[in-house]
Design a protein around this ligand. Structure first.
Ligand code: HEM
Length: 478
Protein backbone atom coordinates (compact mmCIF):
# COMPACT_ATOMS: atom_id res chain seq x y z
CA UNK A 1 0.00 0.00 0.00
CA UNK A 2 2.68 2.47 1.06
CA UNK A 3 4.72 1.53 -1.99
CA UNK A 4 1.75 2.54 -4.18
CA UNK A 5 1.58 5.96 -2.60
CA UNK A 6 5.35 6.35 -2.78
CA UNK A 7 5.25 5.54 -6.44
CA UNK A 8 2.36 7.94 -7.11
CA UNK A 9 3.91 10.78 -5.12
CA UNK A 10 7.29 10.16 -6.74
CA UNK A 11 5.82 10.32 -10.22
CA UNK A 12 4.04 13.55 -9.39
CA UNK A 13 7.19 15.07 -7.92
CA UNK A 14 9.06 14.17 -11.09
CA UNK A 15 6.26 15.57 -13.28
CA UNK A 16 6.20 18.72 -11.15
CA UNK A 17 9.95 19.10 -11.44
CA UNK A 18 9.73 18.56 -15.18
CA UNK A 19 7.08 21.24 -15.76
CA UNK A 20 8.86 23.57 -13.34
CA UNK A 21 12.14 23.36 -15.22
CA UNK A 22 10.48 23.62 -18.62
CA UNK A 23 8.66 26.76 -17.51
CA UNK A 24 11.69 28.19 -15.74
CA UNK A 25 13.80 27.53 -18.83
CA UNK A 26 11.31 29.43 -20.96
CA UNK A 27 11.07 32.25 -18.43
CA UNK A 28 14.73 32.91 -17.88
CA UNK A 29 15.97 32.73 -21.41
CA UNK A 30 14.56 33.91 -24.69
CA UNK A 31 16.64 31.36 -26.52
CA UNK A 32 15.56 27.77 -26.92
CA UNK A 33 16.34 26.61 -23.44
CA UNK A 34 17.86 23.26 -22.61
CA UNK A 35 14.68 22.48 -20.77
CA UNK A 36 12.54 23.04 -23.79
CA UNK A 37 11.02 19.64 -24.58
CA UNK A 38 12.05 19.76 -28.23
CA UNK A 39 15.69 20.31 -27.22
CA UNK A 40 15.46 17.26 -24.99
CA UNK A 41 14.23 15.17 -27.91
CA UNK A 42 16.95 16.60 -30.17
CA UNK A 43 19.54 15.54 -27.65
CA UNK A 44 18.23 12.15 -26.49
CA UNK A 45 16.04 10.90 -29.35
CA UNK A 46 12.29 10.26 -29.57
CA UNK A 47 12.03 8.46 -26.20
CA UNK A 48 13.19 10.34 -23.12
CA UNK A 49 12.96 8.70 -19.71
CA UNK A 50 12.85 10.76 -16.54
CA UNK A 51 14.06 8.69 -13.65
CA UNK A 52 12.14 9.41 -10.49
CA UNK A 53 14.21 8.88 -7.34
CA UNK A 54 11.22 7.55 -5.39
CA UNK A 55 8.38 6.59 -7.73
CA UNK A 56 7.64 5.39 -11.24
CA UNK A 57 9.59 6.91 -14.09
CA UNK A 58 8.04 9.19 -16.69
CA UNK A 59 8.54 8.62 -20.38
CA UNK A 60 8.30 11.40 -22.96
CA UNK A 61 7.76 10.68 -26.65
CA UNK A 62 7.31 12.83 -29.76
CA UNK A 63 7.44 10.47 -32.75
CA UNK A 64 4.11 9.84 -34.56
CA UNK A 65 4.83 6.07 -34.89
CA UNK A 66 5.38 5.81 -31.14
CA UNK A 67 2.31 7.92 -30.35
CA UNK A 68 0.27 5.66 -32.60
CA UNK A 69 1.63 2.61 -30.81
CA UNK A 70 0.67 3.98 -27.39
CA UNK A 71 -2.89 4.64 -28.58
CA UNK A 72 -3.12 1.16 -30.06
CA UNK A 73 -2.60 -0.32 -26.59
CA UNK A 74 -4.80 2.05 -24.59
CA UNK A 75 -7.72 -0.41 -24.19
CA UNK A 76 -11.46 0.25 -23.78
CA UNK A 77 -11.22 2.62 -20.82
CA UNK A 78 -8.04 4.61 -21.41
CA UNK A 79 -6.35 6.27 -18.46
CA UNK A 80 -4.65 9.66 -18.66
CA UNK A 81 -2.78 11.44 -15.88
CA UNK A 82 -5.06 13.43 -13.64
CA UNK A 83 -5.41 17.10 -13.08
CA UNK A 84 -4.24 16.40 -9.55
CA UNK A 85 -5.30 19.70 -8.05
CA UNK A 86 -8.86 19.47 -9.36
CA UNK A 87 -9.06 15.83 -8.33
CA UNK A 88 -7.88 16.59 -4.81
CA UNK A 89 -10.28 19.51 -4.52
CA UNK A 90 -13.13 17.12 -5.36
CA UNK A 91 -12.18 14.09 -3.31
CA UNK A 92 -10.79 15.80 -0.23
CA UNK A 93 -12.42 19.20 -0.09
CA UNK A 94 -15.86 18.35 -1.50
CA UNK A 95 -15.97 14.66 -0.61
CA UNK A 96 -17.24 13.84 -4.09
CA UNK A 97 -17.02 10.20 -5.09
CA UNK A 98 -15.69 10.99 -8.58
CA UNK A 99 -14.81 13.77 -10.96
CA UNK A 100 -16.03 14.97 -14.36
CA UNK A 101 -15.40 13.44 -17.77
CA UNK A 102 -11.87 14.79 -18.13
CA UNK A 103 -10.66 13.58 -14.75
CA UNK A 104 -12.66 10.41 -14.04
CA UNK A 105 -11.52 6.89 -15.00
CA UNK A 106 -12.76 3.32 -15.43
CA UNK A 107 -16.42 2.34 -15.46
CA UNK A 108 -17.61 5.75 -14.24
CA UNK A 109 -15.85 7.38 -17.20
CA UNK A 110 -17.48 4.89 -19.60
CA UNK A 111 -20.91 5.64 -18.08
CA UNK A 112 -20.54 9.43 -18.37
CA UNK A 113 -19.07 9.23 -21.87
CA UNK A 114 -21.82 6.95 -23.21
CA UNK A 115 -24.44 9.47 -22.14
CA UNK A 116 -22.63 12.54 -23.47
CA UNK A 117 -21.34 11.13 -26.77
CA UNK A 118 -24.63 10.96 -28.68
CA UNK A 119 -25.91 14.24 -27.26
CA UNK A 120 -23.25 16.65 -28.51
CA UNK A 121 -24.28 16.39 -32.19
CA UNK A 122 -27.99 16.74 -31.40
CA UNK A 123 -27.42 19.78 -29.19
CA UNK A 124 -25.29 21.44 -31.81
CA UNK A 125 -28.07 21.18 -34.40
CA UNK A 126 -30.58 22.40 -31.83
CA UNK A 127 -28.59 25.52 -30.93
CA UNK A 128 -26.94 26.43 -34.20
CA UNK A 129 -29.08 29.54 -34.71
CA UNK A 130 -28.48 30.64 -31.12
CA UNK A 131 -24.75 30.20 -31.63
CA UNK A 132 -25.00 32.29 -34.81
CA UNK A 133 -26.75 35.09 -32.86
CA UNK A 134 -24.06 35.12 -30.18
CA UNK A 135 -21.42 35.30 -32.89
CA UNK A 136 -23.19 38.25 -34.49
CA UNK A 137 -23.26 39.98 -31.11
CA UNK A 138 -19.52 39.46 -30.88
CA UNK A 139 -18.85 41.10 -34.25
CA UNK A 140 -21.24 43.93 -33.39
CA UNK A 141 -19.43 44.49 -30.12
CA UNK A 142 -16.08 44.72 -31.87
CA UNK A 143 -17.61 47.17 -34.31
CA UNK A 144 -18.90 49.35 -31.46
CA UNK A 145 -15.98 49.34 -29.07
CA UNK A 146 -12.97 49.46 -31.41
CA UNK A 147 -10.58 52.34 -30.73
CA UNK A 148 -9.36 54.82 -33.35
CA UNK A 149 -6.77 52.24 -34.46
CA UNK A 150 -9.58 49.75 -35.11
CA UNK A 151 -8.36 47.55 -32.25
CA UNK A 152 -10.01 46.41 -29.06
CA UNK A 153 -8.41 48.57 -26.40
CA UNK A 154 -8.75 45.69 -23.95
CA UNK A 155 -7.23 42.29 -24.71
CA UNK A 156 -9.17 40.65 -27.55
CA UNK A 157 -8.61 37.27 -25.89
CA UNK A 158 -10.90 38.32 -23.05
CA UNK A 159 -13.74 39.17 -25.44
CA UNK A 160 -13.26 35.86 -27.26
CA UNK A 161 -13.36 34.13 -23.88
CA UNK A 162 -16.74 35.77 -23.15
CA UNK A 163 -18.04 34.72 -26.57
CA UNK A 164 -16.94 31.13 -25.86
CA UNK A 165 -18.59 31.27 -22.43
CA UNK A 166 -21.90 32.56 -23.84
CA UNK A 167 -21.84 29.91 -26.58
CA UNK A 168 -21.04 27.10 -24.17
CA UNK A 169 -23.83 28.37 -21.89
CA UNK A 170 -26.25 27.58 -24.69
CA UNK A 171 -24.97 24.01 -25.13
CA UNK A 172 -24.64 23.35 -21.40
CA UNK A 173 -27.76 24.98 -19.95
CA UNK A 174 -29.76 26.16 -23.00
CA UNK A 175 -29.22 29.69 -21.66
CA UNK A 176 -27.63 32.74 -23.25
CA UNK A 177 -25.69 34.35 -20.41
CA UNK A 178 -25.22 37.60 -22.41
CA UNK A 179 -21.77 38.26 -20.98
CA UNK A 180 -20.91 39.93 -24.29
CA UNK A 181 -23.85 42.34 -24.10
CA UNK A 182 -22.82 44.48 -21.21
CA UNK A 183 -19.88 45.03 -18.95
CA UNK A 184 -21.37 43.18 -16.03
CA UNK A 185 -19.75 43.87 -12.72
CA UNK A 186 -18.73 41.00 -10.46
CA UNK A 187 -21.61 39.67 -8.46
CA UNK A 188 -24.18 41.60 -10.43
CA UNK A 189 -25.75 38.35 -11.54
CA UNK A 190 -25.06 34.63 -11.26
CA UNK A 191 -23.87 34.33 -14.86
CA UNK A 192 -21.28 37.06 -14.46
CA UNK A 193 -20.08 35.65 -11.16
CA UNK A 194 -19.84 32.24 -12.76
CA UNK A 195 -17.78 33.66 -15.62
CA UNK A 196 -15.33 35.36 -13.24
CA UNK A 197 -15.12 32.23 -11.09
CA UNK A 198 -14.30 30.19 -14.21
CA UNK A 199 -11.54 32.65 -15.14
CA UNK A 200 -9.96 32.59 -11.67
CA UNK A 201 -10.40 28.84 -11.20
CA UNK A 202 -8.66 28.24 -14.55
CA UNK A 203 -5.69 30.42 -13.57
CA UNK A 204 -5.43 28.70 -10.18
CA UNK A 205 -5.58 25.18 -11.70
CA UNK A 206 -2.87 26.14 -14.20
CA UNK A 207 -0.69 27.51 -11.38
CA UNK A 208 -1.20 24.40 -9.24
CA UNK A 209 -0.52 22.02 -12.12
CA UNK A 210 2.67 23.75 -13.33
CA UNK A 211 5.81 23.45 -11.32
CA UNK A 212 6.43 21.95 -7.93
CA UNK A 213 3.25 20.91 -6.17
CA UNK A 214 3.81 22.71 -2.85
CA UNK A 215 0.02 22.97 -2.45
CA UNK A 216 0.03 19.28 -1.53
CA UNK A 217 1.86 20.02 1.68
CA UNK A 218 0.49 23.41 2.73
CA UNK A 219 -2.07 25.98 1.60
CA UNK A 220 -0.38 27.99 -1.13
CA UNK A 221 -2.07 31.14 -2.54
CA UNK A 222 -2.87 29.19 -5.75
CA UNK A 223 -4.53 26.37 -3.79
CA UNK A 224 -6.51 28.88 -1.72
CA UNK A 225 -7.73 30.58 -4.92
CA UNK A 226 -8.54 27.24 -6.53
CA UNK A 227 -10.74 26.17 -3.61
CA UNK A 228 -12.47 29.56 -3.42
CA UNK A 229 -13.35 29.83 -7.10
CA UNK A 230 -14.09 26.14 -7.69
CA UNK A 231 -16.49 26.35 -4.74
CA UNK A 232 -18.22 29.33 -6.36
CA UNK A 233 -18.32 27.65 -9.72
CA UNK A 234 -19.64 24.42 -8.26
CA UNK A 235 -22.46 26.10 -6.35
CA UNK A 236 -23.46 28.38 -9.25
CA UNK A 237 -23.51 25.50 -11.75
CA UNK A 238 -25.44 23.50 -9.13
CA UNK A 239 -27.99 26.32 -8.92
CA UNK A 240 -28.57 26.26 -12.69
CA UNK A 241 -28.83 22.46 -12.66
CA UNK A 242 -31.42 22.60 -9.88
CA UNK A 243 -33.47 25.16 -11.83
CA UNK A 244 -33.48 22.87 -14.87
CA UNK A 245 -34.37 19.84 -12.73
CA UNK A 246 -37.34 21.69 -11.23
CA UNK A 247 -38.44 22.94 -14.62
CA UNK A 248 -38.32 19.43 -16.09
CA UNK A 249 -40.17 18.05 -13.09
CA UNK A 250 -43.02 20.55 -13.57
CA UNK A 251 -43.24 20.21 -17.34
CA UNK A 252 -42.90 16.44 -17.50
CA UNK A 253 -46.28 16.09 -15.86
CA UNK A 254 -47.92 17.71 -18.89
CA UNK A 255 -45.72 16.86 -21.87
CA UNK A 256 -42.92 14.67 -23.22
CA UNK A 257 -39.64 16.51 -22.89
CA UNK A 258 -36.57 15.99 -25.04
CA UNK A 259 -33.17 17.27 -23.87
CA UNK A 260 -32.09 20.70 -25.12
CA UNK A 261 -28.85 20.99 -23.12
CA UNK A 262 -26.12 18.83 -21.61
CA UNK A 263 -27.77 19.40 -18.23
CA UNK A 264 -31.22 18.24 -19.30
CA UNK A 265 -29.65 15.27 -21.12
CA UNK A 266 -28.28 14.10 -17.78
CA UNK A 267 -31.39 14.97 -15.78
CA UNK A 268 -33.59 13.02 -18.19
CA UNK A 269 -31.23 10.05 -18.43
CA UNK A 270 -32.30 6.74 -16.91
CA UNK A 271 -29.03 6.64 -14.97
CA UNK A 272 -30.40 9.30 -12.57
CA UNK A 273 -27.40 11.46 -11.75
CA UNK A 274 -27.40 13.43 -8.50
CA UNK A 275 -27.44 17.24 -8.82
CA UNK A 276 -23.89 17.56 -7.40
CA UNK A 277 -22.55 14.95 -9.85
CA UNK A 278 -24.10 16.75 -12.81
CA UNK A 279 -22.51 19.98 -11.58
CA UNK A 280 -19.09 18.29 -11.41
CA UNK A 281 -19.37 16.87 -14.93
CA UNK A 282 -20.46 20.25 -16.31
CA UNK A 283 -17.64 22.02 -14.53
CA UNK A 284 -15.11 19.90 -16.49
CA UNK A 285 -16.97 20.62 -19.73
CA UNK A 286 -16.93 24.38 -19.13
CA UNK A 287 -13.33 24.53 -17.92
CA UNK A 288 -12.01 22.55 -20.88
CA UNK A 289 -14.49 23.80 -23.50
CA UNK A 290 -14.37 27.57 -22.87
CA UNK A 291 -10.57 27.73 -22.50
CA UNK A 292 -9.64 25.53 -25.47
CA UNK A 293 -12.06 27.29 -27.81
CA UNK A 294 -10.85 30.75 -26.74
CA UNK A 295 -7.26 29.68 -27.31
CA UNK A 296 -7.94 28.16 -30.75
CA UNK A 297 -9.92 31.08 -32.12
CA UNK A 298 -7.36 33.60 -30.79
CA UNK A 299 -4.53 31.91 -32.66
CA UNK A 300 -6.64 31.35 -35.76
CA UNK A 301 -7.59 35.06 -36.03
CA UNK A 302 -3.96 35.99 -35.33
CA UNK A 303 -2.74 33.70 -38.12
CA UNK A 304 -5.35 34.96 -40.56
CA UNK A 305 -4.50 38.58 -39.71
CA UNK A 306 -0.80 37.89 -40.29
CA UNK A 307 -1.24 36.04 -43.56
CA UNK A 308 -3.06 38.32 -45.98
CA UNK A 309 -2.87 35.92 -48.91
CA UNK A 310 -4.59 33.18 -46.92
CA UNK A 311 -7.12 35.71 -45.65
CA UNK A 312 -7.98 36.77 -49.20
CA UNK A 313 -8.57 33.19 -50.24
CA UNK A 314 -10.62 32.53 -47.12
CA UNK A 315 -12.75 35.62 -47.74
CA UNK A 316 -13.44 34.44 -51.29
CA UNK A 317 -14.80 31.21 -49.82
CA UNK A 318 -16.89 32.57 -46.95
CA UNK A 319 -17.63 36.20 -47.94
CA UNK A 320 -21.17 35.42 -49.06
CA UNK A 321 -21.90 32.36 -46.97
CA UNK A 322 -24.77 32.23 -44.44
CA UNK A 323 -25.35 35.98 -44.48
CA UNK A 324 -28.62 35.38 -42.73
CA UNK A 325 -29.11 33.19 -39.68
CA UNK A 326 -31.80 31.05 -41.28
CA UNK A 327 -29.53 29.99 -44.15
CA UNK A 328 -26.94 28.29 -41.92
CA UNK A 329 -26.65 24.70 -43.07
CA UNK A 330 -24.92 22.92 -40.24
CA UNK A 331 -24.87 19.54 -41.98
CA UNK A 332 -22.88 20.90 -44.91
CA UNK A 333 -20.87 23.55 -43.07
CA UNK A 334 -17.58 21.67 -43.37
CA UNK A 335 -18.22 20.53 -46.93
CA UNK A 336 -18.99 24.12 -47.98
CA UNK A 337 -15.83 25.55 -46.40
CA UNK A 338 -12.79 23.40 -47.26
CA UNK A 339 -10.31 26.27 -47.06
CA UNK A 340 -11.69 27.44 -43.70
CA UNK A 341 -11.42 23.89 -42.33
CA UNK A 342 -7.82 23.76 -43.60
CA UNK A 343 -7.09 27.08 -41.81
CA UNK A 344 -8.53 25.70 -38.55
CA UNK A 345 -6.54 22.49 -38.89
CA UNK A 346 -3.34 24.37 -39.67
CA UNK A 347 -3.73 26.80 -36.78
CA UNK A 348 -4.38 23.89 -34.40
CA UNK A 349 -1.29 22.15 -35.79
CA UNK A 350 0.84 25.18 -34.94
CA UNK A 351 -0.78 25.78 -31.54
CA UNK A 352 -2.73 22.84 -30.14
CA UNK A 353 -4.45 24.26 -27.02
CA UNK A 354 -3.58 21.04 -25.15
CA UNK A 355 0.02 20.45 -26.27
CA UNK A 356 0.74 17.33 -24.21
CA UNK A 357 -1.38 14.18 -24.08
CA UNK A 358 -0.83 11.49 -21.49
CA UNK A 359 -1.69 7.84 -21.06
CA UNK A 360 -0.98 5.24 -18.40
CA UNK A 361 -1.11 1.80 -20.05
CA UNK A 362 -2.18 -1.40 -18.36
CA UNK A 363 0.25 -3.43 -20.50
CA UNK A 364 4.02 -3.32 -20.96
CA UNK A 365 5.05 -1.59 -24.19
CA UNK A 366 8.23 -1.44 -26.22
CA UNK A 367 8.96 2.00 -27.62
CA UNK A 368 11.96 2.36 -29.91
CA UNK A 369 13.59 -0.70 -28.32
CA UNK A 370 13.00 0.47 -24.75
CA UNK A 371 10.79 -1.71 -22.59
CA UNK A 372 8.36 0.46 -20.67
CA UNK A 373 6.57 -1.29 -17.81
CA UNK A 374 2.80 -0.98 -17.47
CA UNK A 375 1.67 1.79 -15.14
CA UNK A 376 4.34 4.22 -16.41
CA UNK A 377 3.13 7.74 -17.13
CA UNK A 378 3.69 8.31 -20.86
CA UNK A 379 3.66 11.94 -21.97
CA UNK A 380 3.12 12.48 -25.70
CA UNK A 381 4.40 15.84 -26.85
CA UNK A 382 1.94 16.22 -29.70
CA UNK A 383 2.84 19.86 -30.29
CA UNK A 384 6.49 19.00 -30.66
CA UNK A 385 5.47 16.27 -33.09
CA UNK A 386 3.36 18.59 -35.23
CA UNK A 387 6.17 21.16 -35.39
CA UNK A 388 8.84 18.78 -36.64
CA UNK A 389 10.25 19.25 -40.15
CA UNK A 390 10.40 15.48 -40.51
CA UNK A 391 6.58 15.40 -40.22
CA UNK A 392 5.62 18.61 -42.05
CA UNK A 393 7.46 20.57 -44.70
CA UNK A 394 8.13 24.18 -43.57
CA UNK A 395 6.65 23.10 -40.26
CA UNK A 396 6.76 26.49 -38.56
CA UNK A 397 4.81 28.26 -41.37
CA UNK A 398 1.05 28.81 -41.49
CA UNK A 399 0.20 27.07 -44.78
CA UNK A 400 -3.48 25.98 -44.80
CA UNK A 401 -3.21 24.83 -48.41
CA UNK A 402 -0.95 21.97 -47.29
CA UNK A 403 -4.11 20.15 -46.08
CA UNK A 404 -5.79 20.52 -49.48
CA UNK A 405 -2.87 19.28 -51.57
CA UNK A 406 -3.08 15.90 -53.29
CA UNK A 407 -0.20 14.59 -51.15
CA UNK A 408 -1.76 15.68 -47.82
CA UNK A 409 -2.71 12.07 -47.23
CA UNK A 410 1.01 11.30 -46.94
CA UNK A 411 1.21 13.18 -43.64
CA UNK A 412 1.34 10.72 -40.77
CA UNK A 413 -2.13 10.35 -39.24
CA UNK A 414 -0.64 10.91 -35.75
CA UNK A 415 1.60 13.85 -36.69
CA UNK A 416 -1.05 16.42 -35.71
CA UNK A 417 -3.81 15.30 -33.34
CA UNK A 418 -5.04 18.46 -31.57
CA UNK A 419 -8.19 16.69 -30.34
CA UNK A 420 -6.38 13.58 -29.14
CA UNK A 421 -7.28 10.12 -30.31
CA UNK A 422 -9.28 7.00 -29.50
CA UNK A 423 -12.03 6.39 -26.99
CA UNK A 424 -10.93 9.36 -24.87
CA UNK A 425 -10.49 11.81 -27.72
CA UNK A 426 -12.11 15.22 -27.24
CA UNK A 427 -15.87 14.93 -26.91
CA UNK A 428 -16.36 18.57 -27.93
CA UNK A 429 -14.54 18.48 -31.30
CA UNK A 430 -17.65 18.93 -33.41
CA UNK A 431 -18.96 21.72 -31.17
CA UNK A 432 -15.57 23.46 -31.23
CA UNK A 433 -15.10 23.23 -35.00
CA UNK A 434 -18.63 24.52 -35.65
CA UNK A 435 -18.29 27.44 -33.24
CA UNK A 436 -14.87 28.37 -34.62
CA UNK A 437 -16.16 28.14 -38.20
CA UNK A 438 -19.18 30.35 -37.48
CA UNK A 439 -17.21 33.09 -35.74
CA UNK A 440 -14.50 33.14 -38.41
CA UNK A 441 -17.11 33.46 -41.18
CA UNK A 442 -18.94 36.31 -39.41
CA UNK A 443 -15.77 38.19 -38.47
CA UNK A 444 -14.35 37.98 -42.00
CA UNK A 445 -17.61 39.10 -43.60
CA UNK A 446 -17.55 42.27 -41.52
CA UNK A 447 -13.83 43.05 -41.19
CA UNK A 448 -10.49 42.77 -42.87
CA UNK A 449 -8.01 41.66 -40.20
CA UNK A 450 -4.51 43.11 -39.80
CA UNK A 451 -1.73 42.45 -37.32
CA UNK A 452 1.15 44.91 -36.89
CA UNK A 453 2.96 43.79 -33.75
CA UNK A 454 5.56 41.22 -32.71
CA UNK A 455 5.07 37.46 -32.85
CA UNK A 456 2.77 35.91 -30.30
CA UNK A 457 3.61 32.54 -28.76
CA UNK A 458 1.53 30.13 -26.73
CA UNK A 459 1.99 29.97 -22.97
CA UNK A 460 3.44 26.70 -21.70
CA UNK A 461 0.51 25.80 -19.52
CA UNK A 462 -1.89 22.89 -19.35
CA UNK A 463 -4.19 24.84 -21.70
CA UNK A 464 -2.15 27.20 -23.85
CA UNK A 465 -3.20 30.79 -24.57
CA UNK A 466 -1.51 33.84 -26.17
CA UNK A 467 1.51 34.91 -24.12
CA UNK A 468 0.76 38.61 -24.63
CA UNK A 469 -2.29 40.79 -25.29
CA UNK A 470 -3.80 40.04 -28.68
CA UNK A 471 -4.08 43.25 -30.69
CA UNK A 472 -5.70 42.67 -34.06
CA UNK A 473 -6.97 45.51 -36.28
CA UNK A 474 -10.56 45.06 -37.42
CA UNK A 475 -10.90 47.22 -40.53
CA UNK A 476 -14.41 47.68 -41.98
CA UNK A 477 -14.99 45.97 -45.29
CA UNK A 478 -16.39 48.51 -47.71
C1 HEM B 1 -10.57 23.60 -30.27
C2 HEM B 1 -11.11 23.23 -29.14
C3 HEM B 1 -10.70 21.98 -28.39
C4 HEM B 1 -9.54 21.28 -28.41
C5 HEM B 1 -8.30 21.55 -29.24
C6 HEM B 1 -9.68 20.19 -27.47
C7 HEM B 1 -8.70 19.23 -27.22
C8 HEM B 1 -8.86 18.17 -26.37
C9 HEM B 1 -7.87 17.18 -26.12
C10 HEM B 1 -6.48 17.14 -26.74
C11 HEM B 1 -8.38 16.30 -25.23
C12 HEM B 1 -7.68 15.07 -24.66
C13 HEM B 1 -7.86 13.94 -25.64
C14 HEM B 1 -7.04 12.70 -25.33
O1 HEM B 1 -6.53 12.56 -24.23
O2 HEM B 1 -6.93 11.87 -26.24
C15 HEM B 1 -9.72 16.74 -24.91
C16 HEM B 1 -10.56 16.10 -24.04
C17 HEM B 1 -11.79 16.61 -23.67
N1 HEM B 1 -12.43 17.71 -24.18
FE1 HEM B 1 -11.73 18.88 -25.64
N2 HEM B 1 -10.92 20.26 -26.92
C18 HEM B 1 -11.59 21.33 -27.45
C19 HEM B 1 -12.88 21.72 -27.17
C20 HEM B 1 -13.72 21.12 -26.27
C21 HEM B 1 -15.08 21.52 -26.00
C22 HEM B 1 -15.83 22.64 -26.71
C23 HEM B 1 -15.54 20.70 -25.01
C24 HEM B 1 -16.90 20.68 -24.36
C25 HEM B 1 -18.01 20.73 -25.02
C26 HEM B 1 -14.48 19.79 -24.67
C27 HEM B 1 -14.56 18.83 -23.71
C28 HEM B 1 -13.61 17.86 -23.51
C29 HEM B 1 -13.75 16.81 -22.52
C30 HEM B 1 -14.92 16.63 -21.57
C31 HEM B 1 -12.63 16.01 -22.64
C32 HEM B 1 -12.33 14.74 -21.87
C33 HEM B 1 -12.88 13.57 -22.67
C34 HEM B 1 -12.67 12.23 -22.02
O3 HEM B 1 -11.74 12.07 -21.24
O4 HEM B 1 -13.46 11.32 -22.31
N3 HEM B 1 -13.39 20.07 -25.47
N4 HEM B 1 -10.00 17.89 -25.62
Amino acid sequence: MFRNYLSEIGTQITAGFLTFTVNAGALFTNRKSYWNLSTLFDEYGPVVRFVSPVGSDIVLINHPDLIQKVFSLEGDCPVRSNLESLERYRTEHKNHAYGGLYTVHGQEWARQRSIMNPKTKELLSHHVHGLYDITEKFTQKIYNVRNYQDEMSKDLYKELHKWAFDSMGLITFAKNFCLLDTELIYNQCDASWMYHSLEHATDAIIKCESGLHFWKFFTTPAWYTLVKYCDNLDSLIGKFVLEIENDICTKSQQENISPNSLTSAMVLNDEKFKTEDIATILMDMLLIGVNTISSSISFLLYNIAKHQKAQKQLYQEVGNLYKDNMTVDINNLKKNTPYLQACIKESLRLVPPIPLLTRVLSKNITLDQYNIPRGTLIIMSTKDCSMKESNFDEADKFMPERWLREDAKDYHAFASIPFGFGARRCIGQNIAETMISLITIKVLQKFKLEYHYGDIQATKSFIAKPNKPLKIRFVDRI
